[in-house]
Design a protein. Structure first.
Length: 767
């Protein structure tokens, strides 16, 4: 049996693969480079089979438990293909140890002897990285219980959940570990509308109903996690048919897109599968899950809510989940992470456990009966059906064993059976596996850049000081560089490059492709409807469906164009900035400047307001038709009058048709009118894209010219400090002694930083 050894470091993104003690060749498919394990672990068994021409292996994995569980999952799947792998795990340091080490090193740096490592900007950057936010987008179909699920996670009723109060705003709920919730509401333009302390359900209902409110920022405690680990942000988005404006839909599509790293809770109603308001959202999900390997699949949690509505003997949880799998598979979403849930019982149980005095007797009786139902009916033990890793499953079942006393009214066991704790543990696992490891990597990378820059500068000082015979020459070179810098020759060359920067033709070409695609989607939607005729009510339904389709298409289009501008414009400008910095740095070998960041551009929204056009289009498509609505018995007119008396052979009464004028509405006229309206908005969108890109390009040029000036100033300061090391011997010796001490300190800190993210073997192995 071939022996395989894999050591994977998620913080450095380094993978070592050995086959029978030998490292794999550089050109081997097993040489995965700097990819995350989740990008290649699903293919690993097949790669081993192809590399070794065998079907059985003894594989030892050194790395974190979370990554080992992903490997276990892949190995289990490989068995179905005849590939047998025996696994051994060598555990490594986990995330918590590294975060503590980072904080210790950070404290040592800001109290150290290097001034440039103690700047406020640098401290702010480190603190921001250490306290970074992690977003969870909550998306749902109509009546799926989205607000109730969020309330169950918050363990309090704060989000309006009645049918009449469907979410029409975007709510951004940030975890601060503060038990009191605080909210600030903003309009479409980002202007503050209102702020509320100690937010209640009534307050949120009023804000949600306020037409002036577009976004609500809320801060408070999300109990199942701690800000010491990561500051979670729950984003409650309106449903696809209930967005107050197109910007809301754009936020949803942006967070579903493959470029986003946000975790997504996609909530489905177990009792109403197959509604047609989520097809476009699921298309985006399907495309996103195909890119980026296992992480892309892991970030989607499909919550099948309202399972508690099932009746024993009538409904089957397992069969219902199979229907969900088929429903998603039909939309090209395979092997989804499914989590059956009973969000409302979980919320009620938590409120009763937390504050029993606030629950009236009738509601308490109802909650206790629901708890008994969850405990007694084993089919409603929803934790058994959830897609859980072995470690998460162990946590859930250990917790169940601790609280299960056999009492059928036990609230704690009923809560676990509701499926909500399984969702919470899975969220925590995702955050630890992806977000916290990424945070550590970002912080350590920043440490490295700053330490290497400072170390190189101190080494340069020493080198200059030791070359006493070249001090005059060095001073002359520094003077020449300063003259060049002050003349602005190099900066001007790059400013000219920026001035001629023009990506508008490419933007216009790409945007036209998106617009054509949107038109094709509309044409597909209208197939088979051209010759139909509607009643007024049917036309209303058709127009509403068409409006929703167009609004979702528009939001998706806006998301694509925002990505396009980000890719084409921002990255091009960043490339020029890096080139400029590199040229300046090359004038003095080893000199590095402070890293400069640019926030991504926000694309203007181009909104289609179909509501204002609906009545006009209805009038255009309307016509009147005489329709037979029945029959009636009437006197035969042939028997009327003087001569009618003698026509005795004709019947006295006859049947005649009854007609009335009824309004009919032609589908093809609606389609044509909407088509014209959409084409007009598409043309306007194309123009607005061009105008926006021009304006943003102008801002970018101005901003980058200022950044070049900042780089120039940093260089002047460095040059001035280097000049001091060419002064008289006594002064230089003092500077050298100081610089040597700094170098010793820098090397010590560098070793500590390197050790933070090393994968160290712990004392035992798991088999």
């Amino acid at each position: 049996m071939t022996e395989i050894f894999i050591k994977y470091n998620p913080y450095k993104l380094e993978t070592v693969v050995r086959i029978d003690g030998e490292r794999v060749a550089d050109n081997s498919e097993l040489n995965v480079g700097d990819k995350r394990i989740q990008e290649w672990v699903e293919d690993l068994p097949m790669l081993l089979q192809e590399e070794c021409n065998e079907d059985s292996f003894d594989l030892t994995f050194q790395g974190t438990l979370m990554d080992f569980e992903d490997l276990q999952e892949s190995v289990e799947e490989a068995k179905t293909k005849g590939i047998m792998i025996h696994l051994t795990h060598i555990p490594a340091k986990e995330v918590t140890h590294m975060e503590l080490a980072i904080e210790e090193v950070f404290d040592e740096i800001i109290h150290g002897p290097i001034d440039e490592l103690k700047t406020k900007d640098l401290q702010d950057a480190f603190k921001k990285a250490l306290n970074s936010e992690f977003e969870i987008t909550v998306v749902a179909t109509m009546s799926a219980g989205k607000s109730t699920l969020i309330n169950s996670l918050l363990q309090r009723k704060i989000m309006p959940s009645s049918q009449e109060a469907c979410t029409a705003t975007i709510a951004r709920i940030k975890d601060t570990d503060d038990p009191d919730f605080f909210a600030v509401a903003y309009d479409d333009n980002g202007n503050k509308v209102k702020s509320v302390n100690d937010v209640t359900l009534e307050d949120m209902s009023k804000l949600n109903a306020d037409e002036n409110v577009s976004t609500i920022h809320i801060e408070g405690d999300i109990p199942f996690t701690s800000t010491e680990e990561m500051s979670l942000v729950l984003i409650d988005t309106p449903g696809p048919n209930n967005s107050r404006n197109e910007n809301h839909l754009k936020t949803t599509f942006k967070n579903l897109d493959e470029s986003s790293k946000a975790l997504v809770l996609y909530i489905l109603n177990a009792t109403q599968l197959g509604v047609n308001d989520d097809s476009k959202l699921l298309d985006v999900v399907a495309n996103s899950m195909k890119v980026g390997g296992k992480q892309s699949k892991d970030r989607y949690l499909f919550v099948v809510n309202k399972i508690d509505n099932f009746r024993k003997g009538e409904d089957d949880v397992q069969q219902s989940l199979e229907k969900v799998r088929k429903y998603l598979a039909d939309r090209d979403i395979h092997n989804p992470n499914l989590f059956p849930a009973a969000a409302l019982p979980a919320l009620d149980i938590r409120e009763l456990m937390k504050n029993p005095a606030a629950i009236d007797e009738d509601l308490e009786d109802e909650i206790l009966m629901t708890a008994r139902k969850l405990n007694r009916n084993q089919q409603l033990h929803l934790e058994h059906y959830a897609t859980l890793t072995s470690s998460t499953k162990k946590k859930i079942f250990d917790r169940l064993a601790q609280v299960d006393d056999g009492d059928i009214m036990n609230l704690e066991t009923a809560l676990i059976h509701s499926g909500i704790p399984a969702i919470e543990e899975t969220i925590r696992l995702y955050v630890e596996k992806y977000a916290r490891t990424a945070k550590i990597k970002n912080v350590v990378d920043t440490f490295h850049k700053k330490l290497e820059s400072s170390k190189a500068f101190e080494e340069m000082k020493n080198a200059i000081a030791k070359n006493t015979e070249k001090h005059a020459q060095i001073r002359e070179q520094i003077s020449m560089i300063e003259d060049k810098l002050n003349s602005g020759e190099e900066a001007q060359k790059f400013k000219e490059k920026i001035e001629v920067l023009d990506i508008l033709p490419e933007l216009k070409d790409e945007s036209k492709k998106f617009l054509r695609q949107q038109q094709k989607e509309l044409d597909r939607f209208l197939i088979g409807k051209a010759n139909q005729e509607f009643t007024h009510h049917e036309a209303e339904t058709f127009i509403n469906n068409l409006s929703n389709h167009a609004n979702q298409s528009q939001a998706k289009l806006a998301t694509e164009l925002e990505k396009l501008i980000d890719t084409k414009l921002v990255k091009t400008a960043l490339y020029l900035l890096e080139e400029y910095k590199n040229k300046i740095v090359s004038l003095i070998d080893g000199l590095e400047t402070e890293e400069i960041f640019l926030e991504p551009f926000q694309l203007i929204s181009s909104e289609i307001d179909f509501s204002q056009e609906k009545n006009r289009i209805m009038e255009t498509a309307k016509y009147t038709e005489r329709v037979k609505v029945g029959e009636q018995q009437v006197h035969n007119p042939s028997r009327q009058g003087f001569f009618g008396f003698f026509k005795f052979w004709k019947p006295k009464y006859i049947t005649e048709n009854v007609y009335e004028n009824r309004e009919k509405i032609k589908a093809h006229v609606i389609a044509e009118e909407y088509g014209l309206l959409i084409q007009e908005h598409q043309r306007n969108l194309g123009k607005s894209i061009e105008l926006h890109a021009k304006e943003e390009l102008k801002k970018l040029k101005f901003d980058y010219n200022r950044k070049f000036e900042k780089v120039d100033q940093l260089l002047r300061e460095k040059l001035n400090e280097l000049t001091k090391f060419t002064n008289d011997a006594e002064t230089v010796q003092l500077l050298i002694d100081e610089s040597k001490q700094k170098l010793v300190w820098l090397e010590k800190i560098e070793r500590k930083v390197n050790n933070i993210i090393e994968i160290e073997e712990v004392a035992y192995a798991l088999k």
